[in-house]
Design a binder for this molecule. Structure first.
Ligand SMILES: [Zn+2]
Length: 259
């Protein structure tokens, strides 16, 4: 099975996009929607000439707040990319959205999810952000504890429980805390869950700060675990069949699929 999920932008990529977009915050922007599918949404008519008040990443969404209480929500899925270029830069192709400020323009390519809302209710269902500082561990724990039968590797990808963890960081955080993705939440003590969430936070923040990720299990199927020498495995997990990666040698327990 191809691991499509591996190409999905992780929360840290979304945060980096939001940081780049900050150069436009506070400016009155010209808005264009060159791509025909984006043009259908009527964004140009409703947003052109408004002040872009703020840009923030919430989980895997970039939220752009415009004057007048309008919020544009962008989710990048597998293919979307935000780029910030000098105003008037040459380009070929038809981006979804161009926000043009005094000196820069932000360009959204292949933005499959782009919705305009009157407020932030569209993200009200999201769990606490894994990149928030300080980490709201108690709120995450409360949401995770409400689903005791779910496997931890499945649950921490559920954006309603914890927002922002992607498939790669899930695998690496679970390895860091020696926790099997197949253990039911009911079987995982608080301190272990906390260790896993803190590992995800630390790894993702490190990436945001420019550290190069060293993968211990992600996409290392069949290779030796650097900690115990066990052979790394993978298997689809959860209702969306995202590929889990783990070392059966040092991440024991749970209902592990047969090799
Ligand atoms: Zn191992």
């Amino acid at each position: 099975m191809p691991d499509y999920a591996a190409f999905m932008p992780e929360g840290d990529a979304v945060h980096r996009a939001a940081m780049r977009l900050q150069v436009l915050a506070g400016q009155r922007v010209e808005v264009e929607t060159p791509h025909p599918r984006a043009a259908l949404k009527g964004l140009e008519e409703r947003l052109d000439g408004r002040v872009l008040e703020s840009v923030e990443a919430v989980g895997k969404h970039v939220l752009l707040r415009f004057e007048g209480g309008l919020v544009l929500r962008s989710h990048l899925r597998m293919t979307g990319r935000w780029r910030v270029e000098p105003r008037g830069a040459q380009r070929s192709g038809r981006p979804w959205l161009v926000l043009r400020g005094d000196e820069h323009e932000a360009v959204l390519w292949n933005g499959p999810v782009l919705e305009l809302a009157r407020d932030a209710r569209s993200v009200a269902h999201l769990g606490p952000d894994i990149l928030a500082s300080p980490l709201d561990f108690d709120a995450m724990l409360a949401r995770l504890r409400a689903q005791p039968q779910r496997a931890v590797g499945d649950a921490i990808l559920d954006q309603r429980l914890v927002a922002g963890i992607g498939n790669m960081w899930k695998a690496e955080a679970l390895w860091q805390s020696r926790l099997s993705p197949w253990r039911a939440l009911a079987d995982v003590p608080d301190d272990k869950l906390r260790e896993t969430l803190e590992a995800a936070h630390r790894l993702m923040q490190g990436r945001l700060d420019g550290a190069r990720p060293l993968h211990h299990v992600y996409r290392r199927v069949g290779r030796a675990c650097r900690r115990c020498g066990g052979v790394i495995r993978s298997y689809p997990q959860g209702e969306h069949a995202r590929m889990a990666y783990w070392c059966p040698g040092c991440q024991k327990g749970g209902r592990q699929p047969k090799a």
